[in-house]
Write a protein that binds this ligand. Structure first.
Ligand code: 5GP
Ligand code: ZN
Length: 114
């Protein structure tokens, strides 16, 4: 099985600035932040992309979003506004094939994204 960057971070084999963990997910700061808050929330389970989600993941996906709201609150951007997103596959810019929810905030986020 090819090495997965985010499995390696989960397992402590690669360093990351981890800001939240629980039994289902870990969250760490993006290495190339696009906003003052740019965190990635990563399920502990290796799921390659949104296309691989199954009905049994519904609770996990809800949890990812609740953790996003918590991180936004912790960063003090909950009221002002923030964005959460999944990139799915190459055409949307996915580069790491281990599901992750981006959380961006702390600056004005324009729409539509590029
Ligand atoms: P994607 O483009 O797949 O939606 O998002 C992958 C994100 O992971 C990118 O924003 C990229 O900057 C970030 N990233 C890639 N490698 C590393 C790494 O080794 N550590 C951390 N913390 N973030 C990474
Ligand atoms: Zn993985």
């Amino acid at each position: 099985m090819p090495e997965c960057l985010f499995c390696q971070i989960r397992d402590g084999e690669l360093p990351a600035e981890i800001i939240y963990t629980d039994e289902q997910v870990i969250a760490f700061r993006d290495i190339n932040p696009q906003a003052p808050l740019h965190a990635l929330i990563v399920p502990r389970q290796h799921i390659p992309s949104l296309n691989d989600l199954q009905p049994e993941h519904d609770g996990l996906v809800g949890h990812l979003h609740r953790v996003a709201a918590r991180l936004a609150a912790d960063a003090g951007v909950a009221d002002k506004g923030y964005r959460v997103l999944f990139n799915c596959n190459r055409g949307a810019g996915q580069t790491v094939y281990h599901l992750h929810l981006h959380v961006l905030g702390g600056r004005l986020l324009r729409w539509p994204p590029g």
